[in-house]
Design a protein around this ligand. Structure first.
Ligand SMILES: Cc1cc2nc3c(=O)[nH]c(=O)nc-3n(C[C@H](O)[C@H](O)[C@H](O)COP(=O)(O)OP(=O)(O)OC[C@H]3O[C@@H](n4cnc5c(N)ncnc54)[C@H](O)[C@@H]3O)c2cc1C
Length: 289
């Protein structure tokens, strides 16, 4: 059981961890893949580096600093957050319980650029199986994606839908998967999702077409927006809405960094991570009190 579970090991998540761990709390960071910082060849606009610093080095120094202070760094992919007396953060390999969750997963990815997706959002195109599975009781649905997150969403749909198919859109499906998973995989590249007032069919560049009632978008790993939706955290577009203490509309869930929108810069991520960390400390102490 952790006091604080931080999702994401970029500058926002690491900064939140530095404050919470030094307040004598039990803290872990769960993160998969590198921060976008790794893509920055040279950073010249962040305080304290007269000759600039590569994003890669800055990020690994941050992670080392958190580790040295006693933060548990867990390399895993988060697929769900739920509440059962405490928050439960589910990953591909395990589940973790915490009093507070800080979402620091960076900027939400763009929607896939397949014709029809934008137009049919909310009309059969969904981004959250836990939220919307109920509407597809007895229907045929697809999940768009090829990784662990797509498998997680398919598993959420299986108990309610008549049939679940994972559409990988030309990519190879993940190999390490549950043999008993009762879903078909279609690897063809998608040309268009069609429907007038709701999703009706999916068409492929091969010329094939399939009738379908709904499609759940689950490409790559779960983004901040995906995770937020599962807990009813309010969003503005793809950005998480927070108050002045970086708390979302759900008490005990905080967010910081690129995932809250605004300036997409390290200094802002560090500030918000600091603020989220300090607010999490007060929240836990007040609850105890
Ligand atoms: C090419 C490039 C150059 C840049 N140059 C500069 C610059 O010069 N100066 C500057 O100030 N800023 C720069 N930036 C922006 C800066 O990198 C970001 O603003 C900053 O990294 C945001 O920090 P963050 O902690 O919010 O998110 P991120 O750094 O994106 O970290 C998010 C972390 O969450 C993890 N994660 C996401 N989803 C999950 C999940 N489901 N499960 C587990 N882990 C997950 C990610 O893998 C990642 O490790 C640049 C960005 C890019 C792309």
């Amino acid at each position: 059981m952790y006091d604080v579970i931080i999702i994401g090991s970029g500058p926002a998540g690491i900064s939140a961890s530095l404050y919470t761990i030094r307040a004598n709390l039990k803290v872990c960071i769960i993160s998969k893949n590198e921060s976008v910082l790794e893509k920055a060849e040279k950073i010249e606009n962040y305080y304290g580096f007269p000759k600039g610093i590569s994003g890669n080095v800055l990020n690994s120094r941050g992670t080392e600093q958190a580790k040295n202070l006693g933060v548990d760094i867990i390399n895993d992919e988060v697929v769900n957050i739920k509440y059962e007396k405490n928050f439960i953060v589910e990953t591909v390999n395990s589940r973790y319980e915490g009093k507070v969750v800080i979402i620091a997963t960076g900027k939400s990815r763009k929607s896939p650029s397949i014709k029809g997706i934008k137009e049919l959002e909310g009309k059969g195109i969904s981004y959250c199986a836990i939220c919307d599975a109920f509407f597809y009781k007895g229907k045929e649905v697809g999940v768009l994606g090829n990784g662990n997150y797509a498998i997680h969403e398919a598993k959420e749909l299986l108990p309610v839908a008549k049939k679940v198919t994972i559409y990988t859109n030309g990519k190879k499906p993940i190999e390490n998967r549950d043999e008993e998973l009762n879903v078909d995989f279609v690897e063809d590249e998608i040309k268009e999702i069609k429907g007038t007032n709701k999703v009706e069919s999916i068409e492929f560049f091969s010329g094939e077409k399939r009738n379908i009632d709904g499609i759940f978008i689950a490409e790559g790993i779960a983004s901040s927006g995906d995770l937020a939706k599962k807990m009813g955290v309010m969003l503005k577009g793809k950005e998480i809405i927070v108050n002045e203490n970086m708390m979302t509309n759900i008490p005990g869930i905080f967010a910081c960094g690129d995932c809250t929108g605004g300036l997409l810069q390290i200094s802002k991520a560090v500030y918000e991570g600091t603020k989220a960390g300090l607010s999490a400390i007060s929240y836990i102490r007040n609850k105890k009190g």
